[in-house]
Design a protein around this ligand. Structure first.
Ligand code: 5RP
Length: 239
C-alpha cells in the first residue's frame, strides 16, 4: 500500500508557473503579519510546496508550522522550518493550502493528495483559510473532480453502497492509504450544487471519517493566478 503523498511540484508541470504566482501572492499578503510568535497551518500538494519554498526565506523569523500531512511535514523539515503538534498551538492565524476545485462561493473540493482529514482539522483550527490555486481549478458547480472521502476500512463497502443510493459513482483509490491508515473512496459524476447539504449528508454515513468537501469551512480568500496576474477572491458572507 502506498501512503499519502503530496503531489510534488515538478518542472514538467504545465501549471507550475501559475502555481508559483499564486504562492508568491499569498506570501506577499502574509509577510507583514508574520512575527517570531507566528505558527502557520500548511496544507498539502504541489501549489503548497511552491509556498513552502518561499516560506523557507523566513526561516527563524517565525515560530513554525503545523503540517496537514506527513509529506508536508517532511518538506517543511527539509527547509529547516520547525513543525509543531496542533495540540500544543491553539488556534492558528492562517491556514494556507491548495484545492482541486472551487466554486463561486469559495466552497472547495480537496483531497486529491489524500490528506483531506488532516487538512480539514488544521483548516478548522485556523482563523483564516487562504487558498492558492491556478485558474484551472475554478468551476461553476463542484463535482467534475471526483470527490474524495476517507473511510474506516471495515465500512468501505457499506459506504460505497450508500453513495450509489445517492446517485454517486464510488471508486476505491487503489493501492492507497491515508496518513491515518484509511482507504479513500473517490466519488465520480456528482453535480454538487448544494455543497453544505452534500457535506452533511456524506458526513452522516457511519464509517465516513471525513469528506473532501470544504463548504462548512470553505476558503476565506482565494489567490487565483490567471494569465493577467493573481486575482484575490473573497468568500461571500452568506453562502
Ligand atoms: C491534497 C489537496 C491539495 O490541496 C489538492 O489536491 C491540490 O493539489 P495541487 O496544489 O497539487 O494541485 O487537497 O489532499
Amino acid at each position: 500500500m502506498f501512503k499519502s503523498t503530496s503531489t510534488q511540484a515538478s518542472a514538467s508541470d504545465p501549471n507550475l508557473k501559475s502555481k508559483q504566482q499564486a504562492a508568491e501572492a499569498v506570501f506577499a499578503y502574509l509577510e507583514p503579519w508574520i512575527d517570531r510568535h507566528t505558527v502557520l497551518g500548511i496544507g498539502t500538494g504541489s501549489t503548497t510546496n511552491c509556498f513552502i519554498e518561499l516560506l523557507s526565506n523566513l526561516k527563524g523569523k517565525f515560530q513554525g508550522a503545523v503540517a496537514s500531512s506527513q509529506a508536508t511535514e517532511a518538506q517543511l523539515k527539509a527547509k529547516g522550518i520547525e513543525t509543531l503538534d496542533l495540540n500544543t498551538t491553539g488556534t492558528l492565524p492562517f491556514y494556507i493550502d491548495g484545492a482541486d476545485e472551487f466554486d463561486p462561493h469559495l466552497n472547495l473540493i480537496k483531497g486529491g493528495g489524500g490528506a483531506l482529514t488532516r487538512e480539514k482539522i488544521v483548516a478548522a483550527c485556523s482563523d483564516q483559510f487562504l487558498c492558492i490555486v491556478d485558474q484551472s481549478k475554478r468551476v461553476d458547480v463542484l463535482g467534475t473532480f471526483p470527490l474524495p472521502i476517507e473511510v474506516i476500512p471495515m465500512a468501505r463497502s457499506y459506504v460505497g453502497r450508500q453513495i450509489v443510493q445517492l446517485n454517486g459513482d464510488p471508486a476505491l483509490r487503489e493501492g492507497f492509504l491515508s496518513d491515518n491508515g484509511n482507504p479513500i473512496i473517490d466519488i465520480h459524476h456528482l453535480s454538487i450544487s448544494t455543497p453544505l447539504d452534500w457535506e452533511q449528508r456524506l458526513n452522516n454515513i457511519p464509517g465516513v471519517v471525513s469528506v473532501g468537501l470544504f463548504a462548512h469551512r470553505g476558503a476565506d480568500k482565494i489567490f487565483m493566478s490567471t494569465a493577467s496576474g493573481v486575482e484575490v477572491l473573497e468568500r461571500p458572507q452568506f453562502t
